[in-house]
Design a protein. Structure first.
Length: 413
């Protein structure tokens, strides 16, 4: 265990012995503190009190937060609330901001660890394309000295890597990497980002029942802020969690263009279970690997059913474009050319060349390819294969060799 993890574990033990470990944070107090820190009190409506209360309650009762986990949840909550207040202040200063048109954004989704990030980053080699960056989602209101915010986020990422040294190999990011949409929707405390970071099944059930209308309305507003500041382009957005909110996404973005990426789910499940384990470890005192495996299996089985339903119904303004993982890793630029043709876009020669160079520099997208065992997360390979059979049959997905026995794939998860 790294030195910093040992230090935090010792601090958590000491806090438990002295009675300081008990987690209690009032959402009302956090909102008041955020108002004082931001020096404004206008959220543009009611603050997201109910969603914040649901999240804090679930974390207190179910997540077994470590001392660091309690600190991180409080810091995150204050940051999101402060950003909401500052965004609203900018809207008051620039009333035309919320008239910015977000036209025909492209949303990439599918099973996690299936090539969505690889595809997303390659598409952003097109100078016309835009995506929120990591530092944008942490400090979206930086109007001056953006380099200072980038340096600050870089330090925060280095700090997290000390706590979770496996993270960079599983999901390499920098302050200037494109960020997933779940970090945007987390601002209104309606995001599956929290369900990944913490074990909070009651929050997940509430979010599933409540829906994510407010989350996607806020995402549109967030993009308007970025577009107002940095100029128009073609938004290319990505998050596997979009699968669980396709109706809300369509309501907020009626002309959205959808790309589904498909891969053998058995080569997805163990990788995403391990990533969830790595993400949760710094924040909890009780890491349940078996529970994580079962959670990820159930979650993404539901996700595959939603992809089948969406493919049958075609509920978007234009047909969904389906990308196979093997085709993507075998011919990345050719696959992107097909995406462009499908949506009537032009992929010019200079952009093709940029994408080709990007593949040559990072043929695996910077990802590490490890072998995992089903039993480590309480799963049985044959049972999982049968559970996902409807999905693999519907989309014609061929089984990949088990990761332990196979040569690692050339391109990114």
């Amino acid at each position: 265990m790294p030195v910093l993890q040992n230090v935090l574990a010792a601090a958590d033990t000491l806090a438990a012995r002295t009675g300081l470990r008990r987690f209690r944070t009032s959402p009302e107090r956090l909102i008041d503190l955020a108002r004082r820190q931001a020096r404004c009190d206008d959220f543009g409506g009611a603050p997201p009190l109910d969603a914040l209360r649901r999240l804090l309650s679930a974390c207190e009762q179910e997540a077994s937060l470590s001392l660091f986990g309690q600190f991180a949840l409080r810091w995150d909550s204050l940051r999101f609330l402060g950003n909401l207040l500052r965004l609203r202040a900018q809207e008051s200063r620039s009333p035309g901001l919320l008239t910015e048109p977000i036209e025909k954004p492209i949303f990439i989704t599918g099973l996690p660890r299936s090539g969505t990030t690889f595809l997303h980053r390659l598409m952003l080699e097109d100078p016309v394309s835009r995506a929120p960056l990591v530092w944008h989602t942490i400090y979206p209101c930086t109007e001056s000295e953006p380099d200072k915010s980038i340096r600050q986020v870089s330090r925060q990422l280095r700090g997290f890597e000390l706590l979770a040294p496996d993270f960079r190999g599983l999901h390499p990011i920098t302050a200037e990497s494109p960020q997933e949409c779940s970090e945007i929707t987390a601002h209104v405390f309606r995001s599956l980002r929290f369900d990944t970071t913490y074990r909070i099944p009651s929050y997940r059930r509430w979010l599933d029942a409540e829906g994510q209308h407010d989350a996607y309305e806020f995402e549109r507003r967030f993009l308007q802020h970025l577009q107002h500041r940095y100029g128009r382009g073609r938004w290319v957005l990505k998050c596997p969690d979009h699968l669980f909110a396709l109706p809300e996404l369509k309501a907020a973005f009626p002309d959205a263009r959808m790309v589904f990426v498909h891969r053998d789910p058995l080569n997805v499940l163990l990788s995403v279970a391990h990533l969830t384990e790595v993400l949760r470890r710094p924040f909890t005192r009780q890491l349940d690997r078996i529970g994580i495996g079962r959670q990820e299996s159930a979650r993404w089985l539901d996700g595959t059913a939603r992809m089948i339903r969406a493919a049958r119904e075609e509920p978007f303004a234009e047909p969904i474009f389906h990308v196979g993982y093997r085709e993507l890793v075998g011919d990345p630029v050719g696959t992107i050319a097909q995406v462009y043709r499908h949506f009537g876009l032009e992929l010019d020669a200079p952009t093709r060349n940029r994408m080709t160079r990007a593949v040559a520099v990072h043929p695996d997208g910077g990802y590490r390819h490890d072998a995992y065992r089903f039993e480590d997360h309480g799963l049985d390979e044959a049972v999982e294969r049968e559970k996902f059979a409807d999905y693999t049959r519907f989309f014609g997905i061929e089984a990949e060799p088990p990761r332990a026995a196979a040569t690692p794939a050339r391109h990114a998860a």
